[in-house]
Write a protein that binds this ligand. Structure first.
Ligand SMILES: Nc1nc2c(ncn2[C@@H]2O[C@H](COP(=O)(O)OP(=O)(O)O)[C@@H](O)[C@H]2O)c(=O)[nH]1
Ligand SMILES: [Mg+2]
Length: 451
């Protein structure tokens, strides 16, 4: 990290202004070589300078140059940002000229990686920078912004530090039994500590489920036998005629998708082929795909026809989905009732029809209630959210629960300590207080250039 890096920080397209960013010990001298109006090595930190960049005697552009001296910068290194005219040609020309000097092109995410390696931000905060850039809805944007603020890191670091103290205490007890002044970590005390850690981690694990929903959205598969009105319902939910609706059973053969936002959370709806026994090969593939989509969905909207009796096949399919979140929509309630809802009364049921659109708003309400969307977005939204984070917090929680179990089984403190230490390590990996180079390379390779 002793070299100076350089990249275009703005998107590569036609625009009013582009920003080229340099970070490292030579950032200022390199730009100063091209800048003719004044000596940029003599200016105060965090100041902006108007002038022109030249490649020898050839004018490159009229620019504003921002000088930021270490350590109060994004990377904690010297940073220069050049605001030049936008457009691909001007921007790349300046970049090319800089690259002839003592700088190299930054790798994806390298600025944020330096911010992390130089100790300015935690790994969680660094990941949140990427989440913020990639946010596609308000909720994920706010969540990312909160996490950059570091509250979540602090919360996790506090728990980890408490674990560290207990671990150190146990070590002292074992290594220096003669130090009687030192607090003895008895079984009772261990039980108290572990119970508290378990509760703290539970909260993080629960909240992480919300974080995942906010970032990935909720996948909802609309399932049911042919002709019950699935495609009509998708069209209603999306407020557009996306799926083809006819009275011919088996019209929808492929998957039709679309999304809306409910309470700031993206809901992805998937319309599927009606599920039935069929000899038509194309329809068969569609039916298989429907079952797959239902399996993978966070929620199944199971549509049945109010005007028909439930079939054995429908009941069987519902039973197969019993581990899923399900809302049953009894559609076509503009027609006489022939369905026996007694058979499905253990499920959440919404009644409606797409003829006059009665009752269908309740479908959205049911989704909001099922996933407690009001609560998710009303809280302060400091949630863990990506797979890496969720995996680590789950494992840390499991380790603490194993330790608790060992404690209950009356194991020696030095056995219990093994799992406590594991949890401590996992939290270290989570916030980046303990990390491997491979992990760090992996995380930052997902970033865009110039960030
Ligand atoms: N009367 C009535 N007809 C409906 C309703 N919803 C859909 N239909 C009709 O049922 C047929 C099948 O609808 P479609 O949405 O294609 O069902 P899918 O096969 O489950 O996707 C079409 O002729 C629709 O116009 C409803 O609520 N009431
Ligand atoms: Mg259909």
């Amino acid at each position: 990290m002793t070299d100076t890096i350089c990249a275009i920080a703005t998107g590569m397209s036609v625009g009013a202004i582009s920003i080229i960013r340099l970070s490292g010990p030579d950032a200022i001298t390199v730009v100063n070589d091209l800048f003719i109006e004044k000596d940029l090595t003599k200016v105060r930190t965090h100041t902006i300078h108007y002038g022109h960049l030249y490649d020898n005697d050839i004018l490159l552009d009229e620019v504003l140059v921002m000088i930021m001296l270490a350590p109060k910068t994004y990377t904690k290194e010297n940073i220069v940002e050049i605001n030049c005219h936008g457009g691909i040609n001007t921007t790349t020309k300046i970049l090319e000229t800089l690259l002839k000097k003592n700088v190299r092109l930054a790798t994806p995410g390298e600025y944020t990686k330096r911010a992390f390696l130089n100790g300015r931000i935690s790994l969680l905060e660094a990941e949140s920078v990427n989440d913020l850039i990639n946010a596609t809805n308000d909720a994920s944007r706010i969540m990312a912004l909160n996490n950059i603020g570091g509250k979540l890191t602090k919360q996790i670091r506090d728990i980890r530090e408490k674990m560290g103290k207990v671990l150190a205490n146990i070590e002292v007890n074992i290594d220096y039994p003669e130090y009687e002044d030192e607090l003895q970590v008895t079984h009772d005390l261990m039980h108290q500590y572990l119970t508290k850690f378990s509760t703290d981690l539970s909260l993080l694990v629960d909240n992480a489920k919300n974080g995942k929903l906010i970032n990935n959205g909720i996948n909802v598969a609309i399932i049911g036998k042919p002709n019950v009105g699935k495609s009509s319902i998708l069209n209603f939910l999306l407020d557009e005629d996306k799926a083809i609706v006819t009275d011919i059973p088996g019209t929808t053969r492929d998957i039709v998708e679309g999304s809306i936002t409910l309470n700031g959370v993206r809901i992805n709806f998937i319309d599927t082929a009606g599920i039935r026994e069929t000899t038509d090969t194309v329809e068969q593939i569609g039916v298989l795909k429907s079952k797959e989509k239902a399996e993978k969905a966070d929620l199944v909207i199971y549509v049945v026809n109010n005007n028909e009796e439930l079939t054995e096949e429908e009941i069987k399919l519902l039973d197969n989905l019993k581990d899923k979140e399900i809302i049953i929509l009894v559609n076509k309630n503009d027609l006489p009732t022939k369905i026996d809802v007694e058979k499905i009364k253990k499920y959440d049921i919404v009644y409606g029809n797409t003829k006059n659109f009665d009752g269908l708003e309740n479908l959205k309400k049911a989704i909001i209630e099922k996933f407690e969307l009001e609560k998710i977005v009303n809280n302060d939204m400091s949630y863990l959210s990506n797979i890496r984070q969720i995996d680590l917090i789950n494992k840390a929680k499991e380790a603490i629960d194993t330790a608790l179990k060992s404690e209950k089984d009356g194991m020696e403190v030095d056995i219990i300590e093994i799992d406590l230490k594991l949890a401590w390590n996992l939290l270290g990996e989570l916030i980046g207080d303990a990390y491997t180079d491979e992990l760090v390379d992996n995380i930052f390779s997902n970033f865009c250039l110039g960030k």
